[in-house]
Design a binder for this molecule. Structure first.
Ligand SMILES: C[C@@](CO)(OP(=O)(O)O)[C@H](O)COP(=O)(O)OP(=O)(O)OC[C@H]1O[C@@H](n2ccc(N)nc2=O)[C@H](O)[C@@H]1O
Ligand SMILES: Nc1ncnc2c1ncn2[C@@H]1O[C@H](COP(=O)(O)OP(=O)(O)O)[C@@H](O)[C@H]1O
Length: 284
């Protein structure tokens, strides 16, 4: 038997860091949503007690370092599953981009294996398993749009933002999330983005206000390390995107665009800066 799962990319519409915790993680407040740029996973049951990962992407690990492998191992161990699984990852989401590609693959693996092995694990329990794999995995289990607190695992579902185009551009650099959080200094912050106002703008379906409330306190860290991310952001603003922000710890920059007529100009303009540019819809 085979099951298929879609693993969409996330973007952070708002990301605030409150403080560094005793356990080394940072207490965050984020508004997260998903975009229509997705990996596709095929999972096939194997009679042998083994986990095999394959992918057309040459640049991700296929062993126990792969987050889909870790998700399969976790569910097998926790629920004492004796069968094995073959997982094929059709990667479309750029890697180490701030788009939670690996986290979304892990979440899709948890959902898929829950179905394949008829385990009937409730969604909240899948989220708890996800939290053992990474801070963004619980959100990716459920998707939609949510406020995320704690280290990212405490979720509160909210309305989806107004539908629009999302242009994503990833410069050819790899950013380490741990490094960006490690360099973040709360005392250097000039201001915090407002969670309340972002949530209100979304609830009122006020596109202009959603664009106005975009904010990410990790942006300054990544922009100072990689000036090309700053240039990309500047280019996207000049090309006419309605709101522009770096996603997560970066380096992907996204632009929200309401008018379809503007999308191809922005897309083509950005292709002059980097190869990895995508124009997709918000997943609502
Ligand atoms: C910044 C965000 C925003 O959505 O996304 P990405 O840029 O990675 O996509 C997330 O907070 C990333 O979540 P995720 O990528 O799952 O992080 P994890 O694997 O749990 O943690 C990687 C490392 O980041 C740091 N970390 C992560 C989350 C957090 N709230 N505080 C932290 O300090 C820790 O040093 C940790 O060792
Ligand atoms: N299934 C996977 N897809 C992508 N990256 C993966 C996967 N499994 C493990 N990784 C590793 O996880 C790291 C972060 O990848 P990713 O989840 O794409 O980053 P981000 O959270 O910044 O978007 C990379 O170093 C990559 O090698």
């Amino acid at each position: 038997m085979k099951v298929y799962e879609k693993a969409p990319a996330k973007i952070n519409l708002m990301l605030d860091v409150l403080h560094k915790r005793q356990d080394g993680y940072h207490e965050v407040e984020m508004v997260m949503t998903m975009v229509d740029l997705a990996d596709r996973l095929e999972m096939e049951e194997l009679p042998r007690d083994t986990i095999i990962i394959s992918s057309q992407a040459g640049y991700i690990p296929l062993d126990e370092k792969n987050l889909a492998f870790q998700a399969a191992k976790l569910i097998k161990d926790r629920y004492d599953v004796k069968q094995g699984v073959y997982i094929h990852l059709d990667k479309k989401i750029p890697v180490a981009a701030g788009l939670a590609g690996g986290s979304s693959d892990a979440a899709a693996t948890l959902r898929g294996l829950n179905r394949l092995w008829k385990l009937n694990i409730p969604e909240t329990e899948l989220q708890e398993l996800g939290a053992e794999l990474g801070s963004d995995v619980p959100f990716c289990v459920t998707g939609g749009t949510a406020i995320a607190r704690g280290r990212g695992e405490k979720l509160e579902a909210i309305a989806n933002p107004p539908q629009c185009w999302v242009v994503l551009a990833k410069p050819p650099i790899n950013v380490s999330t741990a490094d960006v959080y490690g360099r973040f200094r709360a005392d250097k912050l000039q201001s915090h983005p407002s969670m309340t106002q972002m949530v209100q703008a979304i609830e009122q379906q006020n596109f202009h206000e959603v664009c106005g409330q975009l904010g990410n306190v990790l942006e300054d860290v990544t922009l100072s390390l990689y000036p090309e991310v700053y240039q990309l952001k500047d280019a996207m603003i000049k090309l006419g995107a309605d709101g522009v922000l770096m996603s997560g710890s970066g380096p992907t920059v996204f632009g929200l665009v309401s008018k379809e007529s503007k999308v191809s100009r922005i897309y083509n303009g950005l292709r002059g800066f980097c190869k990895e540019v995508y124009a997709v819809r918000m997943l609502t």
